[in-house]
Each structure stands twice: as structure tokens, then as C-alpha cells.
Design a protein around this ligand. Structure first.
Ligand code: BG6
Length: 368
């Protein structure tokens, strides 16, 4: 079943272009989003005044990206909560609250219990799920299926990019319904989204270089990941992957937080991955992140930058630059996460570990 691949994870990483393409397929018609999947829920979306996204692990990082997109496009306040924290926080839920759960398996008990709590409390519920007919999908008012295909490796990869694609479709759908974007803006964003599969193919071609890098770094004791805005969830995901697969202590930080504490961790030789925003970023975060790189570089950090191809400002300060194709700000995470997935997989492989079945983990955790 692995085909010619060394692991399911390697196979699933390579399937990410299709995972996104299949999730978008049939849902973009004439430059607009169509989601018949929403059924009766569609009629209520005009009145939703608050969205709470619930998920665990990698799916929660997809949720963070969903928040940026939905808030920007549809101007509805969104909060992201870990499923297992949600119902213990006495959440504020009204009939105009929409609770969106994200789960690859659709069986994660923490998330299922959170969905049940939300239903009890009178919220509308939508799930983003990769497994047809899963319990969470059945419990929810509506489901948008990701079409990533079966994911076997415990650590999620192709389901993650498909979740982001589904959340972005939903964000643009809300923007259409609520008329917070002009049709031309929706069309432009959908064009960006549709271009992601081909760009992912390009990113996958950098994998040999990352394998070499991972081999050199296989004795690392700790690795830090920095990102900002949409690069922040990418940094968190890069760190989670490295923990899960290679059993290396890894932490993701918002780059702006560096000076408020984490910079104390920097000592000579400390590897730091930095997810660099595009120099074209409308928020001008690029210069701020480059200056973070300079600060940690001056303290001896070894910088591994994931940056837009042709970003000349990063070159003088980075030990390694992994280029990603140009994409609009919200779309960069779909590309930037891939080198980090490959890095974790290759480093674990270099250590002789089983990347499909990391110790102590299960694909779907059906206990609370
Ligand atoms: C964890 C898995 O146990 O559950 C992660 O190791 C996954 O890879 C998380 O992201 C959530 O799982 P699901 O199926 O709800 O997306």
C-alpha cells in the first residue's frame, strides 16, 4: 500500500497537492464558492455573530489559520480552543454561535465531547472532517469533508493542508453570504487557493536538500521554531512534528514574543527555524522578522529560514534558506509547512525511528 515509498508518511506528504485539489474540486464554480454540504445550516449563516473553532493537535493549528482567514474575509470574531479545554471554560454560547470542529478521524473523543457540549448549549455546529460518516460528522448540523484520502501515518500531514483549504473555502463562502468581500475579491482569493497544488509540487522538490539538513542535525537536543501572524501556527506545527516523530524537544514561538523571554534560550549553535513572511506582506512583518533573525544570529543561533524565493534580505543572515513559491499572505502556510514536515520525518528516519508509528501515540485517540 505504501507504493514505492519508505513510509506512509512520505507517501502522504507527497499526496498533499492532490489532497488540496480534491478538497477544492466541485466547490469552486465560476469564481465563487458553492457548498451544498452545508444543507440547512446555510440558512443560518447570515445571523452567526461568533465562531468558536475546536480541535486538537495539528487540527488546532489549521483552526488558528482558519481564524485569520474568516476574520479577515467575513469579519466575524473567531476564537480557537483546544477541544479538551473548551467545555471546562464555561464558554459563552448563544443560538447565534457557530462551533466549528476540525478532526481528521472524526472520532477524537475530546473533540466529540466538545461538539456534544456545544449542541447541548444550543450552538449551531459544523465539522470539518476527513473520514466519511465519522461520529463527529454525524453529530454536527453539517460537515465539510476534506478529501485528503485515508491518512495512515499517525502524524497528520495531508489532512492538515486539506483542513486549511476547507476552512478557507468556508471563510470565502461566509464572505459571499455576508457580502464582506466583493465578488472580484472572492474570485482572486479562490484563484490563489487553486494555484496551491501546483506550488506544493514545487515545494516537494526541495526535499532532498532538507534530507541532508536533517541528517546533519540528527544529534540536535532542542530546536526552536519562530513565525509571525500566519507563520505562527506553522512554527507550532513544525515543533509538534519534531516532538512527535523525532522525540526532540521543540518549541514554536510567535517571533514578536522572542524578546519577552524565549531569546534567553539562544546560545551558540542553537538551531532555529524561522518562517519568514513574504517581503510583499501588506503588514510589513517581513522587516520585523528579519530583525529577529539578526538578533538571534548575533547570539550564535543557527538559522534555517523558510522564505519566499528570491527574498534577498534573509540570505546574509541565514545558514540555510528553504525557498517557497510566491503566494498571498494567507496562503503561505500551505507551502511553508511542507519543509518542516519533511524535516521532522527525515530527522526521525536518520535516528532510525518509525515515522508512521511514533512511540506512545495513536492515530485517533478515542478516550478523553
Ligand atoms: C493526535 C494525533 O492524537 O490527534 C494528531 O497524533 C492529530 O496527529 C490529533 O492532529 C487530532 O486528531 P483528529 O483525528 O481529531 O484530527
Amino acid at each position: 500500500e505504501k507504493g514505492g515509498w519508505s513510509s506512509f508518511m512520505a507517501k502522504e506528504i507527497s499526496e498533499q497537492p492532490e489532497a488540496v485539489a480534491n478538497t477544492l474540486r466541485t466547490r469552486i464554480v465560476d469564481g465563487a464558492v458553492v457548498l451544498p454540504d452545508l444543507g440547512d445550516l446555510a440558512a443560518h449563516l447570515g445571523e452567526v455573530d461568533r465562531i468558536i473553532i475546536i480541535a486538537c493537535g495539528t487540527a488546532s493549528y489549521a483552526g488558528m489559520l482558519g481564524k485569520y482567514a474568516i476574520e479577515k474575509w467575513a469579519r466575524i470574531p473567531v476564537e480557537v480552543q483546544l477541544s479538551h479545554e473548551f467545555r471546562y471554560s464555561d464558554p459563552i454560547i448563544t443560538p447565534t454561535t457557530l462551533v466549528v470542529s476540525i478532526s481528521q478521524s472524526g472520532e477524537t473523543m475530546d473533540t466529540l465531547m466538545a461538539v456534544k457540549y456545544a449542541i447541548e448549549a444550543g450552538a449551531k455546529t459544523l465539522s470539518i472532517c476527513n473520514t466519511q460518516g465519522a461520529t463527529i460528522a454525524r453529530e454536527s448540523d453539517a460537515v465539510i469533508y476534506t478529501h485528503a484520502g485515508p491518512e495512515v501515518a499517525v502524524a497528520s500531514t495531508k489532512a492538515f493542508v486539506a483542513q486549511i483549504a476547507a476552512l478557507y473555502l468556508f471563510g470565502l463562502y461566509l464572505a459571499q453570504v455576508r457580502e464582506t468581500l466583493m465578488p472580484a475579491e472572492v474570485r482572486g482569493a479562490l484563484k490563489e487557493l487553486s494555484a496551491i497544488p501546483a506550488k506544493l509540487e514545487k515545494v516537494l522538490k526541495t526535499s532532498t536538500r532538507i534530507r541532508d539538513l536533517a541528517k546533519w542535525m540528527s544529534d540536535s537536543r532542542a530546536v526552536l521554531f519562530l513565525g509571525r501572524h500566519v507563520g505562527y501556527p506553522v512554527a507550532l506545527e513544525g515543533a509538534l512534528k519534531l516532538k512527535e516523530l523525532a522525540y526532540i524537544h521543540a518549541e514554536g514561538f510567535a517571533a514578536g514574543e522572542l524578546k519577552h523571554g524565549p531569546i534567553a534560550l539562544i546560545e551558540p549553535g542553537q538551531p532555529v527555524f524561522v518562517v519568514v513572511p513574504s517581503p510583499r506582506d501588506p503588514n510589513s512583518l517581513h522587516a520585523k522578522v528579519v530583525s529577529n533573525i539578526q538578533e538571534i544570529r548575533a547570539r550564535g543561533a543557527r538559522i534555517l529560514a523558510v522564505a519566499e524565493q528570491g527574498d534577498a534580505a534573509v540570505l546574509p543572515f541565514a545558514d540555510e534558506v528553504i525557498p517557497i513559491p510566491l503566494a498571498g499572505a494567507l496562503f503561505e502556510p500551505l507551502l511553508a509547512v511542507v519543509p518542516l514536515q519533511i524535516f521532522a520525518m527525515e530527522l526521525a528516519t536518520a535516528k532510525g525511528l518509525d515515522v508512521d508509528q511514533p512511540r506512545n501515540l495513536a492515530k485517533s485517540v478515542t478516550v478523553e
